[in-house]
Design a protein around this ligand. Structure first.
Ligand code: ZN
Length: 160
């Protein structure tokens, strides 16, 4: 069995930026699970998964346009500090939740004033070339329910 549409895949990964700095890793946690072919993970990584089997290890370098997109400088905005959710005191670099007309968004705090804060609504990995070191742990055919929901259930997936 190899990874193809409607396969549930569990994998461990280490994510590095272009300088080789580790910015995220799944090791020490449960493996990440996703339903292949449903856009659950970034396109560049999903493409690299095709045809892999349990036990396979590989490295995939993904350009921003196949990951989190390019940075949008208009996403840097000054907003009232009281709109930030998730902490009482804010400092540069912290991640906050903000309710917007388009629903909840995550923003990174850039600068804190008395009443106003400058925030960046770009995804933290936007504009970055990302390198994933991946180990495929397990795979199985998706259930009808998972295909209907468009995501994986169970360990590392949706619990509901
Ligand atoms: Zn579900």
């Amino acid at each position: 069995m190899a990874i193809a549409k409607d396969t549930v895949v569990q994998f461990h990964y280490t994510l590095k930026d272009a300088d080789g700095t580790v910015i995220e890793a799944s090791h020490g946690n449960e493996p990440m699970a996703y339903l292949h072919g449903h856009g659950n993970i970034i396109p560049g990584l999903e493409d690299a998964m095709i045809g892999k089997e349990a036990g396979d290890e590989f490295t995939a370098t993904v350009a921003p346009e196949n990951a989190y997109g390019q940075r949008d400088e208009t996403a840097i905005q000054r907003i009232p500090a009281k709109h930030l959710q998730g902490a009482k005191k804010w400092k540069k670099g912290m991640v906050a939740h903000v309710e917007t007309d388009q629903g909840p968004r995550q923003v990174t705090v850039l600068k804190v004033g008395k009443f106003m804060v400058d925030v960046d609504a770009n995804h933290p990995f936007a504009g970055k070339e990302l390198t994933f070191e991946v180990k495929v742990e397990e795979m199985r055919p998706a259930t009808a329910e998972e295909i209907q929901h468009g995501h994986a259930h169970g360990i590392g997936g949706h619990q509901h």
